[in-house]
Ligand binder design. Sequence first.
Ligand SMILES: *[C@@H]1O[C@H](CO)[C@@H](O)[C@H](O)[C@H]1NC(C)=O
Length: 301
Amino acid sequence: SASASAPESAASAPEPQWEDPGPYHVAYPRNYKFIMDDTPVCKNTTPFLVLMVPVAPGDVAARDTIRKTWGNEKLVLGQLIETLFILGRPGGADAEQQQEKLKQENLQHHDLIQSNFLDSYRNLTIKTMVMLEWLAVHCAEASYVIKIDSDMLLHVPNLVKLLLDPKTAKQNYMTGCVWWNSPVLRNPFNKFYMPTNVIAEPQYPPYPLGMAYVMSLDLPAKILGVAPKIKPIFIEDAYLGMCLKLLGISPTNPPENTMFIVDPTHPLSSCSLSKVIAVTTTSISQMTSYWERSRLPEAKC
Ligand SMILES: *[C@@H]1O[C@H](CO)[C@@H](O)[C@H](O)[C@H]1NC(C)=O
């Protein structure tokens, strides 16, 4: 298929050299190129906030739900909001069929950004870094981006309120659910195992959890500027923490700990929903019902 063609090396700066990274690293940056990006977003518009959703190629249900719910909020508190999905190439036996479907879907919505790396969990760092490349090239005039997983509820008005608050930094700003002392896991059976020869330090630098993080749009270019000095690891959010550290930038805690919620033990009450910015959901139907409830007038708390 056309998408599987050999990477063409653009006239770019010479890549720094390092040893073959092996299984605990990912190959980045390696001449990945965009094979779908005809969106007008950031090209013909200057949004205040870009909602960037990494998604698996086959997950059309999540994309359609987001398009009908929080991804459909275009003008919030007078600010322009745009939603984009970022993905790699589909794999497997029906890859070409999937690619054809993606083209049709994009013809209808013009909101897919696709790079030619193979989309997989282990390649999430590639997805994040090509997302930053795209944002650095196209969205430097926009103000903020939130990278948010497709299984999250996003409360757009609450996020816009936070970003419009004069106390919120306009540059060098990154927030979310920040892990300040995240240990490097040394158990080889753990999904996030990382041997000492890859990372010697016992802890990662602070970083916001990958499910939802906000950054000011000066950061993509700055992060890409230092990334070649740091060997990539497959844990994309921890990798961004390593880049931030080299930049001398610290992530910021959100003003309230009710704003970013991971895996709540109970479904959120209407009161909690009225205060949240991003929360993980267990299903598309929960996401939809959260969104509908979050539209309702102020809950009593
Ligand atoms: C990551 O993407 C690269 C480039 O497409 C591919 O060669 C590699 O197999 C992918 N890795 C995984 C684990 O999917």
